[in-house]
Design a protein around this ligand. Structure first.
Ligand code: ZN
Length: 80
């Protein structure tokens, strides 16, 4: 009548439920303490490896002082 059958509705319901339970399972895995700890360690590692960016007084670009290259403008403090 409306272009769909009971079988199609049932299949849709099964797919929706499968996705729902799959998502629930994945969420539970993400909340487990072991995974949470390794995530925190990874974040800390990334932070300790990161360099703080400093704004160039001349061009206004944010650069990492240790690896910065001159922007080419006159008076750039990072000109080598
Ligand atoms: Zn500059």
């Amino acid at each position: 009548m409306f272009g769909f059958s009971f079988a199609k509705l049932l299949l849709t319901a099964v797919v929706v439920l499968a996705v729902w339970y799959g998502f629930k399972l994945m969420s539970k895995e993400g909340e487990s303490p072991a995974v949470g700890d390794s995530k925190k360690k990874t974040d800390a590692n990334i932070r300790s490896d990161a360099e703080d960016l400093v704004e160039c007084a001349v061009c206004g670009a944010y650069v990492a002082p240790a690896t910065a290259k001159a922007c080419g403008r006159e008076g750039c403090p990072y000109a080598a």
